[in-house]
Design a binder for this molecule. Structure first.
Ligand code: FMN
Length: 266
């Protein structure tokens, strides 16, 4: 068992790790990470999430495919998939002789919030113990396939995945947008164009430099004629057409997992 770091040191020292050593995580460390996740706040203390532990190398191979072949999924010994889970709660309500009203969008958002708050607790616990972590946004991009692979029943929905393991790299901490572009006092203060430009001034330079340092991405950028960082996001990384396609699939999954049933009632 590794000594834990101070909370603020852990938070301020965070950086996503994308290269891992394969050595397994001892069971008591895994227990501590899972337990920390369950200590997170949750709406009404209902804990409307579950965590699915993947350690099996063969199953990780399938998840690697579903996570767009991001190699850290293969390298790291542990994947934790956090899912919105109203199945357990609905079953308990019915066993207790009462009908749950949780098949709607609000309940989905509540479960999604609970799942992410728990995931971040797990992430911080793992980092405090010296492990590296990375979130996998591809849990949403491949939502329907991941739901099938993990055999999610109705009222359960994939939210996010953490890759966890011993780091095999030590990247620099990545800069954040300046605080005054993010913090508002009392009411939302709509920024001027100049304010917005100023907020992204450093990011434009640093982000561009970072993306150009990845040969594959640099080649794509040069080939596409993209001129600035915002364009990298809108035309290469997160495009409208891809976002709309995945959104449609995720809405269908919401429906098939039963989260819209209530909304259809008069
Ligand atoms: C919800 C979520 C999904 C993410 N998905 C991915 C991912 O699929 N692949 C990846 O390499 N990083 C992923 N990240 C990590 C972000 O790229 C990273 O947090 C961000 O670039 C800031 O870097 P840092 O975490 O090192 O400070 C994700 C982060 C979050 C919060």
């Amino acid at each position: 068992m590794l000594p834990a770091m101070n909370t603020l040191d852990t938070i301020n020292g965070h950086r996503s790790i994308r290269k891992y050593l394969g050595d397994p995580i001892p069971d008591d460390d895994l227990e501590r990470i899972l337990h920390a996740a369950t200590r997170a706040s949750s709406s009404g203390n209902m804990q409307t999430y579950s965590m699915i532990v993947t350690k099996d190398p063969e199953r990780k191979k399938t998840l690697w495919k579903l996570h767009f072949e991001q190699d850290m999924v293969l390298q790291a010994p542990l994947l934790l998939t956090f899912v919105v889970d109203w199945h357990r709660m609905n079953r308990w309500c019915r066993l207790s002789g009462t009908e749950p009203g949780y098949d709607n969008f609000l309940s989905f958002l509540v479960g999604f919030s609970d799942a992410f708050v728990a995931a971040q607790n797990a992430a911080l616990a793992a980092e405090a113990m010296g492990y590296g972590i990375c979130y996998m946004g591809t849990t949403l991009s491949s939502g329907p396939a991941i739901a099938k692979f993990l055999e999610l029943p109705t009222s359960v929905y994939p939210a996010t995945t953490l890759v966890i393991g011993r780091p095999d790299e030590s990247p620099d901490i990545r800069a954040r947008l300046p605080m005054d572009g993010i913090v508002h006092h009392e009411t939302y203060e709509v920024p001027s164009d100049e304010d917005v430009r100023k907020t992204y001034e450093k990011r434009e330079v640093e982000g561009w430099k970072r993306y150009m340092s990845f040969p594959e991405l640099a080649a794509m950028i040069e080939e596409s004629g993209v001129k600035n960082l915002a364009e990298v996001y809108t035309t290469l990384k997160y495009t409208k057409s891809e976002n709309e396609e995945v959104s449609r699939e995720l809405l269908e999954l919401l429906e098939s997992q039963g989260f819209f049933s209530g909304a259809l009632e008069p």
